[in-house]
Design a protein around this ligand. Structure first.
Ligand code: ZN
Length: 310
């Protein structure tokens, strides 16, 4: 069984404005890196449109209506100051993100493939149930977890987030839901300001691993091995969803951690070991941040290569 990649050209049509770091070039760089002969075993599928019903598994009806109403037919509409912006292509782009994530869950639950990578944008982990934020409109990783719980009747689903920013949106959505687990490693103090160790969720279903500016490979691996991997095993997930952001890479212009490509190979393999032990190998990995085109392309390639080498 190979790794399945969901992507869609509509994800290039979300334009947050000139010189915005979350640009369509990011997804082009990822797809280009995965279209090389080394990755010829990947199976590619067009991301289907997500449904409103899927979005409502995490987001509030009022918020979803606001987003649908805000979607422009021309020009730009800011949602969160200048950070999060909608263009005419944004609504379809985010619905393809949601559709890819949920179809990815279907594919691993139906045993078509062992794991899935969603090459989609914009990112989602800052989007709270009732708020767009930090380049994110809908939270596709959180939606995929809730979808697995509601549609596939899983009892425990984990989202693991190694993006350099804390996924405040996923944490907010999961905080009072003991069946959903969220673990994040992130630079701290840093945007968005959440993600302290003391934020544990009402059932110790949230694990935050804050990392200091300058954190290198050795410290990252030590912290993940000590603080995160045992907590995931204790939770005993039936499915692992990865919020795969690559902005902790040393080349990233927005953040200050010093991860190397090989760290993404390491963390991916550690999560695959847990998935093999507890989840029948099931992993759905979803692209989040990563703003150095070079660092994003190389670290995504390493991550997907690890997923393929099962
Ligand atoms: Zn990020």
């Amino acid at each position: 069984m190979t790794t399945l990649v969901y992507t869609h050209e509509a994800c290039l049509d979300h334009i947050p404005g000139p010189s915005h770091p979350e640009s369509p070039e990011r997804l082009k760089a990822v797809v280009k890196a995965l279209r090389t002969p080394e990755f010829s075993d990947l199976e590619w599928r067009d991301a289907p449109m997500g449904t409103r019903e899927q979005v409502l598994m995490i987001h509030t009806e009022d918020f979803v209506q606001d987003i649908e109403d805000a979607a422009p037919t021309r020009g730009y509409v800011p949602l969160d100051g200048g950070d999060t912006v909608m263009s005419p292509g944004s609504l379809e782009a985010v619905m393809r993100c949601v559709g890819a994530a949920c179809a990815g869950v279907d594919a691993v639950m139906n045993k078509e493939v062992r794991n899935v990578f969603c090459a989609t944008r914009p990112c989602g982990h800052h989007a709270e149930p009732n708020r767009a934020m930090g380049f994110c409109i809908y939270n596709q990783a959180a939606i995929a977890a809730a979808y697995a719980y509601e549609v596939h009747k899983l009892e425990r689903v984990a989202v693991i987030d190694f993006d350099v920013h804390h996924g405040n949106g996923t944490q907010a959505a999961f905080y009072d839901r003991p069946e959903l687990f969220y673990a994040s490693s992130h630079q701290s103090p840093f945007y968005p300001g959440t993600g302290a160790k003391s934020e544990t969720g009402t059932a110790h279903n949230i694990v935050n691993v804050p990392l200091p500016r300058g954190c290198d490979s050795a410290m990252f691996r030590e912290q993940i091995a000590a603080e995160m991997l045992p907590a995931i095993r204790d939770f005993k997930p039936e499915l692992i969803i990865i919020s795969a952001g690559f902005d902790a890479h040393h080349l990233d212009p927005l953040a200050g951690l010093n991860l190397q490509d090989s760290d993404y190979d390491w963390v991916t393999r550690e999560l695959m070991k847990i998935a093999d032990e507890l989840c029948d190998g099931r992993i759905v990995s979803i692209l989040e941040g990563g703003y150095s085109l070079e660092g994003l392309a190389s670290s995504t390639a390493v991550h997907v290569k690890a997923l393929m080498n099962h």
